[in-house]
Ligand binder design. Structure first.
Ligand code: LMR
Length: 341
């Protein structure tokens, strides 16, 4: 049934609000449900178990099941085992799964506001992203997509993105003509075009093979994803640019969430607050560890850029801001910028 919608391009997203309503029909049964009912939370995601998202999702499973034995069963499916991110957006809106942590970039067709997270070189580091997400403006984004069937409960970090390529990219001109895999985001598409590359939107689970077969030449991702998905085996050069942020919206179907008994919902929200803090701190350590493993691998080379070289990349990508500023909203951009030190 999901495939019915796959061919509809962006118009299928108009249907998500409707599907969310259908999925939530009969969901206002708080209190009427017999005690002892088992609530199953299916939580598929696309990264490996050892990544920030993988570890935090597993911790959610452990803590939720320990707190509500026999009442809550969390089923985490890592590594795109169950479905890719695009399909998980639809499945959540249909009520076929109950929880997702999908990259903010991939909500592009549902809201222009999340494009803020893709603007190149907007956030100077992860702490700045965190300040923005914790600000009143940032927190408002959690509920931005409720009408579309996504209630955001938290922002989870992965980390800052780096480029990988078949040759060392010291200047944006070096990227000229390369085919870059990107996530489903028009900002990322414009970013690659700004450096003379050819962007190709592609699901995460397909990237390794696409790099290996030469369907794409280059990609951008965090140290953690590059290491755990072995992209480094097929990317001889990794450029330490920290040019963008990769983080997730931890989201549930609002109808499902509203249908949970109060004690379970409150308890799970407490656990989510706890694991978000834990996972976001872990994300820094995991990315550092994976960067260091990549640094000692003989399959790839980490290219560090001088301040002057980095300014060249910032200048080349800067027009992307102007291109999207009207859609995102200048005030939102200002709020994000002001979170930098
Ligand atoms: C990607 O597609 O590169 C990322 O969204 C994967 C992830 O979930 O970190």
């Amino acid at each position: 049934m999901l495939n019915t919608y796959l061919g509809l391009g962006s118009s299928r997203f108009w249907l998500l609000g409707l599907m969310a309503l259908v999925a939530s029909c009969g969901g206002e049964n708080d209190g009427d449900l017999p005690q002892g009912q088992l609530y199953v939370i299916k939580f598929p995601h696309v990264t490996a178990p050892g990544t920030p998202k993988g570890q935090t999702a597993a911790r959610f499973e452990d803590l939720a099941e320990a707190r509500f034995p026999g009442r809550v069963d969390v089923e985490v499916y890592p590594s795109s085992q169950l479905m890719n991110d695009d399909d998980s957006l639809e499945a959540l809106a249909f009520g076929e799964i109950q929880m997702i942590a999908v990259s903010l970039s991939k909500f592009d067709r549902l809201t222009e506001k999340f494009q803020i997270f893709d603007l190149p070189f907007l956030f100077s580091d992860l702490e700045s992203v965190e300040r923005f997400q914790a600000s009143p403006t940032g927190k408002m984004l959690l509920t931005e997509l409720v009408d579309n069937g996504f209630l955001g409960l938290a922002f989870w970090h992965n980390g800052m993105k780096q480029f990988g390529a078949p040759r060392a990219l010291r200047t944006p001109e070096d990227a000229n003509g390369l085919k870059f895999r990107i996530m489903e985001s028009d900002v990322l598409q414009a970013q690659v075009q700004a450096i003379g590359g050819s962007p190709q939107k592609m699901a995460f689970g397909e990237v390794y093979q696409a790099l290996q077969t030469g369907a794409v030449d280059a990609q951008e991702n965090t140290w953690s994803n590059i290491y755990s998905s072995k992209f480094y085996e097929v990317q001889p050069y990794l450029m330490e640019t920290n040019h963008g942020y990769l983080g997730y919206l931890l989201a549930v179907n609002p109808g499902f969430w509203g249908s949970l008994p109060d004690d379970i919902r409150d308890g799970l929200e407490e656990i989510i607050a706890e694991i978000t803090e834990w996972g976001n701190a872990r994300s820094v350590a995991i990315n550092e560890e994976d960067r260091s493993k990549l640094g000692s691998s003989d399959r790839t080379n980490i290219v560090t850029l001088s301040d002057q070289e980095l300014i060249g990349w910032q200048d080349a990508m800067r027009p992307v801001w102007e291109q999207f500023s009207e859609d995102i909203g200048p005030q939102l951009i200002e709020a994000a910028r002001s979170s930098n030190p």
